[in-house]
Design a protein around this ligand. Structure first.
Ligand code: WTA
Length: 713
């Protein structure tokens, strides 16, 4: 257990940029944990001069340090072009290929080293070791197939709907080799959700797999392709070919028939491309590399478009300094490649640095909560990266498991949601055995890479805070009136970033107005200005900044619910519920959950002439499964006679969120129908107690978050 004696030394404090006087404040909040000396000694970033190199007066040139970590076909002429704000362009004039940077350039020195280690979920199945040379061969063969069989060309979009199999990074990098824009949809999303994303990106090709293992079962995945194609078709987009990987070579485990002339087994096609190599396409730095869809406040999916040069330089630099990746490490990011974390910190960042990146197919606790630690022990994993949800689950199901295994982590990461200090301490002491540096990295799909984190070899950790902003990133917290909320004030506000950085997404695919509107309009100081200083980026997260500059992220201030680190748009959930015939109106609210951080509850009211019934509740839950996926499945569906509404007819989500959380509903005097509040409260809370859901006392932070929910309404 860390004590106050573990607080940073004067030197460390100076490095972290705080004064002695300010430390006192920390002792009253959370204690500092200094980075372990053995970690510091070997860290990529352990010289405080790095903080100088990335100081604000060196912006934007400071980021050339990241660009120089890459191999360029042609060097850039201009670091940052701001002529068309807020569509920033990095490394203008530069040309490179992302696949070359992640694979080819390591062949000579590290061709026989493992690029990927893939651990299938069944524990008796063989672990696959894929060297850089083999990865190169597989990527080239698949790229040849995409080019010659499918006719994929630079700038085309291809959608993947793949689980955690090595075919996914192979597919991504094959696209990157050709300059084709990939759009991977999380494997756990429904076919319908995948179809909307196919339609939005106008992909003609879908790459999928017949099946995969999850929680001990071989799941039929190909069936989702049929739903996806139907959903895309309904939006006027015709998928021409479906390329199907097979989880077990030569076998087919799906009830969905292969459609003649449309569906093809990739392993069979590849026989025609064995040994072929494909010349990598030299891409402009600003060419899009991939799309990553994320939730927003309207139902239409939002494809975050990431660039080749800016993105790759940013994930490479942050992987080096914040993940502390050395080529000789065995790095395991326990996330899904279907999310941005997996793109940046399983595939592009680690491979660009030439390290060994571990991929695991299944659920963390299969067959028991010791599984991750057995994997870590067996493979010699020394960097471990996961989300608070996984940590909470492993702590609950196997609090003593880590001690039973002989692994040694030098570094660990938490990402995706706020982590409770208590959970953080278990991670540090039990998982990390008190020997690992931890980074709590705050960022978003739109950002490409980390925005808030401690530099693990230089800045002390503080449980529950992500830390200061990362190198070259300069945040500000604004209130609703664009007034800056100073650090140490104890007040929360909207977390914004004052400057562009290379990893920032380029636009929302096909919706440039939405890009400007959602992320820049709120705090833009002058829409005519071409000075980046006038265009702060609005993150949609609430935050407070302590006197030492460390940020504590409080969660979303917009209509997004973060379930187990997965962003779900309230509008998407509500639109799914409204597809049920009987439903007139729907509202989604977050409920604080011990394991998953938050979980969704749906409130629906029915069209006249319909009776509340368990069957309707079930239909709503099924509609959400179908439209979005199982991760979004609501904990409860409440059928109510009416929603609490403002006089202008808007649903007051914070009121029902308060009820669902046994928390304060706040001021209801402005409602058009205040009497409904007690009726709903009585019904819902009574029913919850009947179902054995015991209310838990919420922390101040949780209460605030619930009270602020849907404040945009
Ligand atoms: C939340 C995931 C607290 C935040 C990389 C953000 C976090 C959203 C943290 C983005 C963290 C992410 N501490 N909250 N370390 N990291 N978040 O787009 O609300 O899937 O806006 O990107 O997750 O989720 P996304």
């Amino acid at each position: 257990m860390a004590t106050n004696n573990d607080a940073p030394s004067a030197a460390e404090v100076a490095q972290a940029g705080v004064s002695e006087a300010q430390i006192a404040v920390h002792w009253r909040e959370e204690e500092y944990y200094p980075p372990p000396p053995a970690f510091v000694a070997q860290a990529n970033a352990n010289d405080p001069a790095i903080l100088e190199r990335f100081s604000e007066d060196r912006f934007p040139d400071c980021f050339t340090e990241y660009a120089e970590m890459l191999t360029w076909d042609r060097k850039w002429d201009q670091v940052l072009d701001t002529s068309d704000p807020p569509f920033w362009k990095w490394w203008v004039g530069g040309r490179l290929n992302a696949c070359v940077n992640c694979v080819d350039r390591h062949l000579q020195e590290r061709g026989d080293e493992n690029a990927l280690i893939w651990v299938p979920e069944p524990e008796d199945a063989e672990t696959r070791y894929i060297t850089y040379a083999e990865l190169h061969r597989r990527i080239n063969e698949f790229a040849a197939l995409l080019r010659d069989f499918v006719g994929a060309k630079t700038g085309d979009r291809i959608t993947f709907h793949l689980p955690m199999v090595p075919d996914l990074p192979v597919s991504m990098l094959a696209c990157a080799r050709l300059g084709v824009i990939h759009s991977q949809v999380f494997g756990g999303f429904s076919g319908t959700a995948c179809g909307h994303r196919i339609a939005d990106s106008k992909s003609k090709i879908l790459v999928t797999i017949d099946s995969y293992y999850r929680n001990g079962q071989l799941l039929d995945h190909k069936k989702h392709a049929d739903e996806a194609i139907a959903a895309a078709q309904a939006e006027g987009v015709e998928v021409e070919k479906v390329l199907v990987w097979r989880r077990i070579p030569g076998e087919y485990h799906s009830d969905s028939p292969m459609v003649e002339g449309r569906d093809f087994f990739i392993d069979e096609l590849l026989d025609g491309y064995r040994g072929q190599t494909v010349e990598p396409v030299s891409m402009p730095a600003e060419a899009p590399l991939f799309l990553m869809y994320t939730s927003g406040t309207t139902g239409r999916p939002k494809g975050a478009q990431h660039s080749t040069g800016g993105y790759l330089s940013y994930v490479t630099g942050t992987s080096k300094y914040y993940q502390d990746i050395h080529p000789t490490d065995t790095y395991w990011c326990f996330a899904d490649i279907g999310w941005i974390t997996g793109h940046s910190y399983i595939v592009y960042g680690p491979l660009s640095l030439g390290t060994t990146s571990v991929m695991y197919e299944g659920v963390p606790t299969y067959p028991d909560a010791g599984r991750p630690w057995r994997i870590a022990e067996k493979l010699g994993v020394n960097i471990f990266h996961t989300a608070p949800t996984t940590i909470r689950m492993l702590r609950k199901l196997g609090p003593d498991e880590p001690a039973k295994y002989d692994y040694h982590f030098k570094h660990m990461t938490t990402v995706g949601e706020p982590i409770e200090p208590d959970v953080w301490r278990w991670y540090y002491e039990v998982v990390g055995k008190g020997q690992a540096a931890i980074v709590d990295t705050w960022w978003q799909t739109e950002n490409g890479g980390f925005l808030g984190s401690t530099l693990p070899g230089l800045q002390p950790m503080k449980p529950g805070s992500c830390g200061p902003a990362v190198l070259g990133v300069f945040p500000v917290i604004y209130d609703e009136n664009a007034q800056e909320i100073p650090k140490g004030s104890g007040k929360a506000g909207n977390m914004c970033i004052r400057n562009p950085w290379p990893g920032i997404f380029q636009t929302v695919w096909g919706q440039p107005e939405r890009f400007v509107e959602t992320y820049y309009a709120k705090y833009c100081k002058n829409t005519d200005s071409k000075d980046w200083r006038d265009w702060p980026y609005f993150s949609g997260d609430g935050a407070v900044q302590a006197a030492d500059g460390y940020f504590r992220i409080l969660g979303r201030v917009d209509d997004v619910i973060n379930v187990a680190g997965h962003r779900l748009g309230t509008k998407e959930l509500e639109s799914a519920a409204i597809t049920v015939d009987e439903v007139a109106e729907a509202a989604a609210v977050p409920v604080i959950d011990e394991l998953r951080g938050k979980i969704v509850e749906m409130y629906v009211s029915l069209k006249p002439g319909n009776e509340a019934s368990a069957a309707v509740e079930q239909k709503v839950a099924d509609a959400i499964d179908r439209e979005i996926g199982k991760i979004a499945r609501p904990k409860n569906v409440w059928i109510v006679s009416d929603m609490p509404k403002t006089r202008s007819g808007k649903i007051m989500r914070r009121v029902i969120a308060g009820i669902s959380n046994f928390s304060d509903v706040g001021d209801v005097t402005t409602l058009a129908n205040p009497e409904i509040v007690d009726e709903i409260r009585h019904y819902v809370q009574h029913e919850k107690l009947e179902r054995g859901e015991t209310p838990r006392e919420l922390s101040e932070q949780e209460k605030q978050e619930i009270a602020a929910y849907g404040h945009a309404d």
